[in-house]
Design a protein. Structure first.
Ligand SMILES: Nc1nc2c(ncn2[C@@H]2O[C@H](COP(=O)(O)OP(=O)(O)OP(=O)(O)O)[C@@H](O)[C@H]2O)c(=O)[nH]1
Ligand SMILES: [Mg+2]
Lengths: 560, 380
């Protein structure tokens, strides 16, 4: 239901293309989208405000980069800031000078403390420690028993002097545990406490009493990644009520965007130390700020995709192909087979698509797409004669029947592939050949404001932007491709490709500044901003057999 | 990195040709209108909340709107008083912020943005909050309302309309045709399912029902013991697996069979917490329900949502509704500072009403959902 930030920014930036400078209005428009994205990721409102102010200040003060277009520049700043905040103060667990090291867990009811206690115990044990678990949740029915079972599974002894279920004194249990650990030579003590509300003064007093009785080296605040706007209130209440030195984020195996992580770190300045992502005791790890940043922004793991793609693809061959496409030659079925082989090198198609931003939302659907689709397509094309591959227009009824027989598919599937092919060919031509992706911002249901901006951008482009089907550029490209120029140079020559990120709405492919962003681009944000959002996730509400990015708007193109 | 462009076009081209319609997946339905920057006046949203009529709710202020199930006697007065007291605890500056906003001389763009933000802070969600603020703005203009109380009243009715004030929130817990009513309790980990099962059993027993508990959480350590402790506490017996890691569906089936045999009124089945993203576990839950239905119809499927949950709550509800056809929401932990505003989106999108609220860890800390009280807590 929600769009990804990349979708939204693509819309916003479609109006910003090619200016090479961030105007105050550009920044405002961008910030509004980032605000929505953060709020939908459950980042708390006050934190969103602070964050936006910070990004805005940086964006405004930023030197206008020669290498980056506005979209790239802003995403880069946002991503850096997020990672900066989330990973600001990474540190290891503090060990006591004189063992045992005492770790106390605190958090709301149901946040996952008991499970975390056992996971942490296992993790520490595997690092050569000799931890002991302490059952100090004497409140929730059978919490003691749960910890005992989990401790057994983790191979860690559990100190449970009181039966629980409302019987026993958690402060005494905790106090005694430290002595017990010393006696039994455990070097670490992990205290599981009852879940409590930030507003429950009585229970907070109990937490303080446990703290004072055990003098923990670490108090960890355990919080559910699904928590919403209340994260700040609760995080603050625990900070004031009992205090903590680090945060553990749980249930990250769900699909919550986990904006609370940002809220809590920003608010309290305490680092997130661990992340828990599954029901198995092994599903526990140190926290990775970069992963969390892209999760909150929902940008997907595009870097991986691009890296893999670069490795798998023969750059030379691809550039030659691109040169041909730019000069107006169509993508043929021969090319299709050749490129398909490369696509396959990227691994199973499910993985490939899973790496695209926003794919998380469609995981289930994605899982229905199989490599068999590719197999079938390949079989069909391989059953064609070379002539048919070069000129699929000649494929008539009897040829279709023959191809179907040869590839073991139905005639309908052959027809479908041919149809898909023509459509895809047309769109690739449009992309490479000069039409840009006109009409991209004119998606149904888009806000009136954005629409207006897009429109005016289009007008401007019409007047100013050099056309990118520009034969001179194509020739340049072809020449450079042959001459083995660097991939970057080749692309720079292609100029118009910047339209993919900076100016999907621009109509013409020719960016004013050639190819901003490709020059020094060497990281995730740049690439994302430039190529992917619009391409991979065409913000269109309409159906069709091809991605919307591939669906040109022939009419508008003709007008130009 | 530059080759990436070409590669991406080619990859997508190849996939488009090979997999055809596949890319439809990425074209998400949008509610784009509501995402336009604030300050762009918009028509009121087309979607009207299920069950919520147009603003004839202006009289609602102050009128107790508790919808009490026919199968369930009205809650004791004490329960409602506690509900109000507990909710009062969670009142932050939000309500007063709203009031001070509204008492400004001019209701400018900024003010409306801030009203929207008040709703966002309650986890209502950006899109619904925007919609409501826009709606309210139009109404204020049309009706020419100028005073704080008037605007607040309109906002209150707006929220109530979103929740569906006349929605049927009755619990189907009475036996029928010689079989007990079967209630399935589902939700993600740690939301309060087991506690809710215990508290609900207690409430039903208080209303002279006989209740049998089914411990279909055969996964989590000590889960069955936890339910049984609750059962002992409130006077209900618990049917549980005889061995570890038993099939939850068969435990549920046994519980219902046992319930029929004993002629109890209601069988409450507690299930294991599961994240809605885990396909295998969701299938398992679907199976629990289907297997039970071989024996007796499932009368209620209660999805337990934790009030602290943010926007993810809607996703949870969507998936659970799809898998087991949720008939009601139990909103727990409303005794904390969280407002639970996500249930507005859930009600709007799925039409599943909140039926019960959890207000603490004690056996009596469960109450029927009262939209008026809930809304007042959001508005502060
Ligand atoms: N403050 C408060 N705590 C609650 C409420 N409902 C449940 N809890 C607490 O939340 C914690 C988790 O409750 P459970 O009933 O074990 O949750 P569950 O959904 O059964 O958990 P799993 O079976 O582990 O998924 C316990 O500590 C409960 O006491 C409530 O309404 N308010
Ligand atoms: Mg449970």
């Amino acid at each position: 239901m929600f769009e990804t930030l990349s979708d939204r920014l693509t819309q916003v930036f479609s109006a910003l293309r090619g200016r090479g400078r961030l105007s105050a209005a550009d920044i405002d428009a961008t910030m509004r989208e980032i605000r929505i994205a953060l709020l939908e990721a459950d980042v708390a409102l006050p934190v969103v405000r602070q964050f936006i102010a910070r990004v805005k200040e940086r964006a405004s003060g930023e030197e206008v980069s020669a290498a980056l277009n506005p979209a790239q520049q802003v995403i880069k700043i946002v991503n850096e800031e997020l990672i900066g905040i989330l990973g600001g103060e990474t540190r290891r667990l503090r060990y006591a000078k004189v063992p045992p090291t005492v770790i106390m867990l605190a958090g709301l009811q149901g946040s996952g403390k008991t499970t975390i206690a056992a996971k942490l115990a296992l993790w520490l044990r595997e690092q050569g420690n000799t931890p002991m678990l302490v059952a100090a949740d004497l409140q929730r029915p059978n919490a003691v028993q749960q910890l005992e079972i989990l401790g057994e599974r983790a191979g860690v002894p559990v100190f449970a002097p009181s039966p629980g279920n409302g019987v026993g004194d958690p402060v005494a249990a905790a106090r005694d545990s430290v002595e017990e650990a010393r006696r039994r030579q455990h070097n670490m003590v992990i205290i599981d406490t009852a879940g409590r509300l930030g507003v429950d003064e009585e229970m907070m007093a109990q937490a303080r009493a446990i703290r004072d009785a055990t003098q923990p080296d670490e108090i960890l605040f355990v919080v559910d990644a699904m928590i919403g706007q209340d994260a700040v209130t609760t995080a603050q209440a625990f900070l004031d009520g009992v205090g903590y030195d680090g945060v553990v984020l749980t249930k990250l195996d769900g699909d919550a965007r986990g904006g609370a992580a940002l809220s809590i770190v920003q608010l309290t300045g305490q680092p997130i130390m661990f992340a828990s992502s599954g029901e198995k005791l092994e599903d526990f790890d140190l926290f990775h700020p970069d992963r969390m940043a892209s999760r909150i922004l929902d940008l997907g793991d595009m870097l991986t995709l691009i890296e893999q793609a670069e490795k798998a693809f023969d750059a030379e061959q691809t550039a030659t192909l691109a040169g041909r496409l730019v000069s107006g030659e169509g993508f043929t079925l021969e090319d299709f087979v050749e490129q398909l082989a490369m696509v396959r090198k990227l691994g199973p198609i499910g993985n490939l698509l899973g790496m695209l931003p926003g794919a998380a939302k469609n995981r289930e659907l994605l899982s229905q797409v199989s490599d068999r689709d590719l197999d079938r397509a390949e079989a069909i094309v391989r059953s064609m004669t070379p002539e048919e591959r070069r000129n699929p227009k000649i494929i008539n009824g009897s040829r279709r029947a023959r191809i179907a027989r040869g590839s073991g598919v139905s005639v309908g599937e052959v027809s479908q592939l041919v149809t898909n092919f023509f459509e895809g060919q047309k769109q690739m031509k449009a992309l490479f050949g000069g039409g840009g992706i006109p009409g991209m911002p004119m998606v149904p249901g888009m806000g009136g404001g954005a629409r207006r901006v897009a429109k005016s951008a289009r007008k401007k482009t019409k007047k100013k932007a050099p056309r990118s089907g520009d034969p001179r550029r194509a020739a340049d490209l072809a020449r450079e491709a042959k001459g083995g120029a660097s991939a970057q140079d080749r692309l720079r020559a292609m100029g118009g490709m910047s339209a993919l990120g900076g100016g999907l709405g621009g109509g013409g492919l020719g960016g004013d500044g050639g190819l901003p962003g490709l020059g020094g681009a060497d990281g995730l944000p740049e690439n994302l901003a430039d190529a992917l959002p619009g391409l991979a996730f065409p913000p269109s509400g309409q159906g069709g057999n091809v991605p919307a990015a591939f669906r040109g708007n022939p009419k508008r193109r003709k007008k130009k | 990195m530059a080759v990436a462009y070409i590669i991406l076009i080619v990859v997508l081209g190849v996939l488009a040709i090979a997999a055809g319609t596949f890319f439809l997946l990425f074209q998400r339905p949008r509610r784009g209108r509501t995402l336009a920057p604030p300050g762009q006046p918009q028509a009121p949203p087309a979607a009207s909340p299920p069950g919520g009529g147009e603003a004839e709710t202006a009289t609602a202020a102050g009128a107790p709107a508790a919808v009490i199930g026919v199968e369930r006697p009205p809650p004791s007065a004490g329960r409602m008083v506690r509900l109000r007291a507990r909710l009062a605890r969670s009142q932050t500056a939000v309500g007063s912020a709203l009031l001070s906003l509204l008492s400004r001389d001019r209701l400018d763009d900024e003010t409306w943005d801030e009203i929207e933000e008040v709703l966002i802070t309650a986890d209502v969600g950006v899109v619904p909050a925007r919609q409501m603020a826009d709606d309210l703005r139009t109404k204020v203009k049309v009706l020419g309302v100028r005073d704080t109380a008037g605007v607040r009243g309109l906002l209150r009715s707006e929220l109530l309309a979103q929740l569906g004030e006349d929605t049927d929130r009755s619990l189907h817990v009475a036996p029928h045709g010689g079989t007990p009513a079967v209630v399935l309790i589902v939700g993600v980990n740690g939301t309060g399912k087991t506690t809710t099962a215990g508290k609900l059993a207690r409430a039903l027993i208080g209303d002279e029902h006989s209740v049998l508990l089914g411990a279909a959480d055969t996964w989590r350590a000590a889960a069955a013991d936890q339910l049984q402790t609750w059962g002992d506490r409130v006077g209900a017996e618990t049917v549980r697996a005889s061995r570890e890691n038993a099939d939850p569906a068969s435990v549920a089936f046994d519980a219902v069979s046992e319930g029929i045999e004993r002629g109890v009124d209601t069988v409450l089945i507690d299930t294991a917490g599961r994240l809605h993203t885990k396909v295998g576990l969701m299938d398992e839950l679907g199976k629990v329900k289907r297997v039970v239905e071989r024996k007796a119809p499932v009368d209620e499927v209660l999805l337990v949502l934790d009030a602290t949950t943010g926007q993810n709550g809607l996703r949870q509800a969507r998936v659970f509704a799809e898998v087991v056809n949720v008939t009601g929401i139990v909103l727990t932990k409303l005794d904390g500072t969280a407002k639970g505003g996500i249930v507005i989106a859930v009600q709007r999108e799925l039409g599943v009403p909140v039926k019960l609220v959890g207000l603490g860890e004690g056996p009596d800390d469960l109450a029927p959902f009262d939209p008026g009280t809930f809304v007042d807590a959001i508005l502060g």
